[in-house]
Write a protein that binds this ligand. Structure first.
Ligand code: FES
Ligand SMILES: [Fe+2]
Length: 379
């Protein structure tokens, strides 16, 4: 798991007048919306004596700890320590980590890391959102599994034939093979591929109006950072579905996935339910597979699985992870779990680059250059 990327913490709808405690990369955060309407994300552990801010109250634009009422603003700075009385001077060290937040497409993203703004990887863009001729739906899923396994499932062209009867023939087509994969190098944050495959008619009913013949279909998919995926399915040359998945690794074996589906066909709002139903159907087929994969996390070396050419973008994804390992962004999850009862860690926020003294320890990181996948680290 990595710091210095954007993670989806909640939907906009979920942020009411109460704070939300959200777990990501094995740590807890509080997400809340102040009176000014802006969403905020802070480390959940109160630096007084460890209260859970997510169980506190929103007071104006601040979050108030449930234990002794200390109030922290959106920058994480403590503004009030009630036990000291109304005119108390608040020490500079009375501060929790606060993370940059962006609210886009109905989702609240937090940048969990300390990079200055200019160096932060972008969030995978939903370019079609709000464009004429496109409509969106959004849904989200809990699953038991490791998020890297889930991203790799998205990058795998060979599972469609067997896992999804909506896309493939369940092994009934003797002539089946994975066709040429045309690699797309988008930017330094991710790669993907396009390919053509044979697909059946869509199931009977409303869906079949979108595609009522058996034949070739174009699809592309790729990753962005460790936890974001784009999947473009052109069910006919005119009818396109562009999906964006934002994964929140809750911990090593739990994920929460937010899925935005953009479509340029069946634009009537009444068709939303149909799209959601179909996405649920396909997602649960994937979830059934991912939850049973062993080992739960991707192996620490590629020699412990037997890769074929259709796995090449998965190998590329693991190479990217190694690049981020080489930057020293990988959280030492084993140490985090080992220490979890005795140390409350925090992901370092950008303010730690300016202010040196913090109450909580910064999360342990795997030293830069130590590869966990067995591919030599570069960068
Ligand atoms: S633990 Fe939060 S105010 Fe005391
Ligand atoms: Fe799938």
């Amino acid at each position: 798991m990595y710091m210095n990327f954007w993670y989806p913490m909640a939907t906009s709808e979920e942020l009411s007048d109460k704070p939300l405690k959200v777990r990501c990369v094995g740590l807890d955060f509080v997400v809340f919306r102040g009176e000014d309407g802006a969403a905020r994300c802070l480390s959940n552990t109160c630096i007084h004596r460890g209260g859970s801010l997510g169980h506190g109250k929103i007071r104006g634009d601040r979050i108030q700890c449930p234990y002794h009422g200390w109030q922290f603003d959106g920058e994480g700075a403590c503004q009030k320590i009630p036990s000291l009385g109304p005119d108390a001077r608040i020490p500079v060290r009375a501060r929790v980590d606060a993370y940059p937040v962006q609210e886009r497409w109905g989702l609240i993203f937090a940048f969990l890391g300390d990079l200055p703004e200019a160096e932060r990887p972008p969030i995978l863009d939903v370019a079609e959102y709000g464009q004429e001729g496109w409509r969106q739906t959004m849904q989200h899923y809990d699953l038991k599994g490791n998020y890297q396994r889930s991203v790799e499932n998205g990058l795998d062209p060979a599972h469609n034939e067997f896992v999804h009867d909506t896309h493939g023939f369940q092994g009934e087509n003797e002539a089946y093979q994975v066709n040429e994969m045309r690699v797309e190098e988008r930017d330094q944050w991710g790669r993907g591929f396009w390919h053509t495959f044979n697909s059946p008619k869509l199931p009977e009913g409303e869906m079949r109006k979108l595609r009522d013949y058996e034949g070739e279909l174009e699809a592309g998919t790729g990753h962005h950072g460790p936890n974001q995926l784009w999947t473009y399915i052109h069910v006919t040359p005119e009818n396109w579905f562009h999906q964006y998945a934002y994964e929140r690794p809750v911990d090593a074996d739990n994920i929460h996935i937010y899925l935005i589906t953009m479509r340029n066909c069946a634009l009537d709002v009444k068709r939303d339910d149909l799209i959601i139903e179909r996405n649920d159907y396909v997602a649960h087929q994937d979830i059934t597979i991912i939850e049973e994969l062993r080992p739960v996390v991707t192996p620490t070396t590629n020699t412990k699985e037997l890769m074929t050419p259709s796995d090449k973008v998965i190998v590329m994804y693991r190479e990217k992870l190694d690049e981020w390992d080489a930057k020293g962004w990988q959280i030492d999850f084993e140490m985090l779990v080992r220490d979890s009862k005795k140390v409350a860690y925090a992901i370092p926020s950008p303010a730690r680059r300016e202010q040196k003294s913090w109450v909580l320890d910064s999360v342990p990181l795997v030293p830069a250059g130590v590869s966990k996948t067995g591919i030599e680290a570069v960068g």
